[in-house]
Design a protein around this ligand. Structure first.
Ligand code: NAD
Ligand code: UDP
Length: 319
């Protein structure tokens, strides 16, 4: 296949590029570097199966030649208002990437009669009142909260994707991604994994927002990418959760990172840093992914974190 991947210079997009190229596909990577990093794809320069286009998905997209699949991953993804790369600092760009960017990429898929895959998110469930979250749950999201620029853009993105599927009969798929981590995450985007690992490697206390009893379920990047590829090859048009159901409180997560990095500086609770719509519990129900894709995660937290810590160590040594 000749595959268009938006957000190609980002964490997930760059792993997708590598994965597709390794499987013999050819890839057109598109990115405007708003939160991404050219270093994530620099190794692909000179690869005759890889073409890079620097472009903002919010504007009309022209792709030369045929396209067999479109994977729309371009969007800021960190909720941390303390980082210039978090979506609260990029509110309009985030809404445009999710809304206009989804419309434009659907347009590319329609023009080329290509299959389409949308990167959606567990955030569409908001601060969920159903636990664990199944795809049938409609969510509990604040339309005007500080996360709303992301959540509502992704909810719109899902709606317009289903509209193209139902009205134009476009061959679409929607993956609802739960917290995923691994090498090539931006060190300074403010998400919990880079924040905690950086703090621990610098032998600083870890900053837990609130009391740390909120939970997340962390999926290692290679598992996620396998699941996305299986979904792309499937005929499933309804949303599919992809994530690791191993749930952990943020406090326990911080303790685990301190243990793995042998950081003795402990943890500081930052009560005021936990903002209103920070979800209290998050855990994917992956029954559908197991049934439809025959997929489940394989990498456990200690193994995934150890690989990620190694990557961050190398990145810090370069600075
Ligand atoms: P990331 O910030 O590393 O990657 C996003 C990429 O999109 C960056 O390279 C950025 O420069 C690019 N981009 C943003 N807006 C753009 C625009 N207007 N035009 C062109 N490029 C643009 O984040 P990520 O974690 O790799 O997330 C990728 C996708 O996966 C996002 O759509 C995100 O919502 C989704 N997602 C990720 C997670 C996760 O845990 N990593 C969870 C749920 C959903
Ligand atoms: N968090 C934290 N300390 C940090 C960064 C994040 O305690 O330095 C918390 C945050 O409040 C949230 C959880 O960790 O409850 C996960 O945050 P992240 O930014 O990774 O993304 P989210 O899962 O909220 O989208």
């Amino acid at each position: 296949m000749r595959i268009l991947i938006t957000g190609a210079a980002g964490f997930l997009g760059s792993h997708l590029c590598d994965y597709m190229l390794e499987r013999g596909h050819s890839v057109i990577g598109l990115d405007n570097f708003v939160t991404g990093n050219p270093n994530n794809i620099v190794h692909l320069a000179g690869n005759s199966n890889f073409l890079f286009i620097k472009h903002d998905v919010s504007n009309f997209i022209f792709v030369p030649g045929k396209v067999d699949a479109v994977l729309h991953f371009a969007s800021p993804a960190s909720p941390n208002p303390g980082s210039p790369f978090g979506y609260p600092s990029l509110p309009i760009q985030t809404m445009k990437a999710g809304a206009l960017g989804t419309h434009n990429t659907l347009g590319v898929a329609k023009a080329h009669n290509a299959r389409y895959l949308l990167a959606s998110t567990s955030e569409i469930y908001g601060d969920p009142q159903e636990h664990p979250q199944k795809e049938t749950y409609w969510g509990h999201a604040d339309p005007i909260g500080f996360r709303s620029v992301y959540d509502e853009a992704k909810r719109f993105a899902e709606a317009i994707t289903m509209a193209y599927h139902r009205f134009h009969h476009l061959d679409t798929r929607i993956v609802r991604i739960f917290n995923t981590y691994g090498p090539r995450m931006r060190l300074d985007d403010g998400r919990v994994v880079p924040n905690f690992i950086l703090q621990s490697l610098k032998k600083e206390p870890l900053t837990v927002f609130g009391s740390g009893d909120q939970t997340r379920s962390f999926c290692y990047v290679s598992d996620l990418i396998d699941g996305i590829y299986k979904l792309l090859l499937s005929d499933e048009h309804m949303p599919v959760n992809i994530g690791n159901p191993q749930e952990i409180s943020i406090l326990q997560f911080a303790e685990e990172i301190n243990r793995l990095t042998r950081n003795s500086q402990g943890i500081i609770l930052k009560k005021d840093k936990r903002l209103g719509d920070d979800p209290q519990r998050r855990q994917p129900d992956i029954t559908r992914a197991k049934a439809v894709l025959n997929w489940e995660p394989k990498v456990d937290l200690v193994e995934g974190l150890s690989k990620t810590i190694e990557y961050f160590k190398h990145e810090l040594e370069k600075e």
